[in-house]
Design a protein around this ligand. Sequence first.
Ligand SMILES: *Cc1c(COP(=O)(O)O)cnc(C)c1O
Length: 373
Amino acid sequence: MTSDRSKELIARMLHREMRDAAPGAPLQPTIAPTSAYHLPGSTDAPHQYGRWSNPTWTTLEAAIGRLEEAEAVSFPSGMAAIAAVLFTQLRPGDHAVLPNDGYAATRALQEGHLAPYGVETTFVSTPAMDDMSFEGSRLIWLETPSNPTLDVCDIAKAATKAKAAGALLVVDNTTMTPLGQRPLDLGADIVVASDTKALSGHSDVLMGHVASRNDAIVNAVRNWRTTAGAIPGPFEAFLAHRGLETLELRLERMCETAMRLAPLLADHPAVAGVRYPGLATDPSHTVALRQMRGFGFLIGVDFGSAAAAERFIAAAAFLRAATSFGGVHSSAERRARWGDAVSDGFVRLSVGCEPTDVLVADIEAALQTVLER
Ligand SMILES: *Cc1c(COP(=O)(O)O)cnc(C)c1O
């Protein structure tokens, strides 16, 4: 799943600049819980005030930046990262294109907070992005694969169209992480992600980041964080960094197990339909092959009814009933309970790090339970 180039980036991320560290320096990042820094006389110092910078974030940002091959700016949640991009890159009178099937809070931010400032938006389904003209728009937002339907659109094609229209292309890369998909390499201007999910991976912290290779964008986003004040806590940054160090290992297991489970689910009589970009029959497959590394750890499973879906979740010993995804523990939930535009029996299954054979056997047994009732 991982290219040689990515492997090199992962090794560099793990070792950071420790070769140049002073003897006796702590091997791992220190948690710096401080609002102020020692600042005698001149203000010329690497850190001055706690809302402006913190060495624990800087270490995390350098690590994420290595994987993105870009500048990364960390935020205390994915939504704080998303807000930073929308509020710095859009002005009254601008037009944006957003997915109508992506993360609901991104749409809510536009409708509830940007629209009143005079930013107009066209909402389009993820597959329809491929044929949509971006003329007249300032900003194009993609979420691919989209959460929760796992539809995919062509990032490189969108980048070409956005460039021709003079628009910025932003990709929410939460579902794939920088190891599973590299939107900046495909021509996107900005990546945003909820690092709450697979990047941190242990369901114990909220975090997010913005990454870009454009200095003006990075400066605007960092300035937004400093002035609006949506800053990560040092302990949270430490936890995210600690999780990031095992991202490759976790993703490998998660994607491998998902690839085992998807065909098994698709062929099972208890299941009405499956969405997984790794299935050759899935509408997302062709584009996914081109732009994703591995096919991710999320599977959409339609059980035909809410009751059957809930029976499945309750029957599995190794599925946590929870919202959110990307953790070491497999989890599942029926998305219609939040009002997502999916059928009542649609379950988003997030495949975790349990030993593959054990999880597969557990899920097979749970499927059997659904049939038996
Ligand atoms: C969870 C999620 C977000 C929001 O992230 P938080 O860390 O919960 O603020 C944004 N986009 C996608 C695709 C997500 O799954």
